[in-house]
Structure formats: structure tokens, C-alpha cells
Ligand binder design. Sequence first.
Ligand code: SF4
Length: 264
Amino acid sequence: MKYFSWNRYLTYRNCPLRYKNIYILRKERTVSQDDYHFLYGSVMHSLVESFYKNSLWEMRKECVNTLRSQAKSFYKNLLRESKVLWHKPHRKSQEELLEEILNDVPKITAAIKKYRLLSKLVFPEQNLRADLSGYKIGGRTDLILHRQEGLTLIDGKGSKNKSDDHREQVLFYALSYYLAYKKIPKFSGVWYFRETQIDWHAFKIEDLKRLSNLIITALKAIEQEKFEVTSKRDNCFWCEYKNTCSVHEDHLDTPYGKVIEAFL
Ligand code: SF4
């Protein structure tokens, strides 16, 4: 393993067996790939990256139009590389999803204005690598900004719902940053693209220590090859192995499970 990322940590924390299937056995998935839920967020991430890398704010009034035309081409390219099951119920069509994205493009510039996210030193899509008690951890952060208000780290989300895991994910990046540069970001935020909203968190050293302990415990368990499933988790319903996983059988029989299955 080159380094332990947030995705690896989350996967192990939610289901050690799934971790083993993906990262150790590299087992083939038994559920069809379906990238529908990633399309919106992927395009919005690319637009934010382009806004900073290409200094699009200099275009002023033309900025939104430029982002919209980039959105069309990002979306087209993404569709070429993705597998999407458009026929599933409660989904938008290809055209409707693009329309939603184009309508939401101004929310990007609105959030940048609202939260004063223009700064001379901006690092979009920055790779962080750090040493945690001899283990390598890290990942790709969406945005690191050196603003007048203080060092700011942001992770963007295309999802409609908020989750405690989003907060934990920015904490993971704040920890990686701290380990690499010995400084805790003053502002760590989750940017919800659909809502023009950023939820801010001010992490303290105690938060970083708590997560460090959890990550080290997970890494030691992986070294000891502990991959048994110890609790029922909702994430079975999104798992690429659920069709052939015997443990998953019990998990179907929950009210939440029945609701989710109806949508998949
Ligand atoms: S179906 Fe559930 S129990 Fe089985 S590997 Fe996936 S997440 Fe784990």
C-alpha cells in the first residue's frame, strides 16, 4: 500500500470484508458498475478546479458563461468514461442532469463570493502525504487557500444529503495537513455545491488525536488480517459485492434496506 487514503479508511471502518475484497483480493465486482450518483459532483469539482487553475474570475461577467461551456465538455467527456444505468427509476435523463448542472453553475461563483474564497495562494486538487506513526496517510484535497482570514481547507460535495462522514473526511485532510506541515487549518469546510453552502469546522488537536488513534487501530487490524464483519451497516446496499456476499443476506431484512433496494 502506497498510502492510506480517506476512502480506504472509510471502507475498512464500514466493512472490513469489503476492504479485503477491493484492496487485498482485488475481486471483481458482482453488481453492475453505475456512476450515476458521481456525475453531478464530478463536473462541479472539475469546474471549481478550472476556476482557480485558469483564474476565471478575471473574466468577470463572462466567468459563468465560460464555466457553463466547460461544464458541457466535462460532462460529455465524463459520460464517455462512465457507465450509467439511466433506466433505473427516479433518475433524470442525460439531458435533464446536464440542465441541472448548467442551472447550478452560478452557485459556484456565488459561494466563492459569499465565503470570500478568492486568494492569491490557492492550491486546487492538492496531494497531501504525511507520516502517522510510521504509516503513510494522505489524499487529494479539493482546495487549500491561504486567505487573510487564515489557512482554509475545503472538500466539495455533490450529494443532496449531509453526513457526519463529510465532517470526518475534512478532519482526515486537516490531520494529513497538520502531520505534513505542523499547522492545523484555521477553517476546514464541506462545500455543498447544490446549496451554495459551506459547513465550517474548527478542529482542535484533540480532534486530530482521536482520528489518528482510529486510523492507527484500523491499520494495525489490517496488518493482522482482521476482516470479519462485526456490525450491520447500511452501506451493504451500495456495495459492489452484495450479490454474492453471504453476510449481506441478513442486512436486506431492515426497513432502510427495503427502501433503498427499491431505488437501486
Ligand atoms: S455486502 Fe455488506 S457485508 Fe458484504 S462485503 Fe459488502 S458491505 Fe460488506
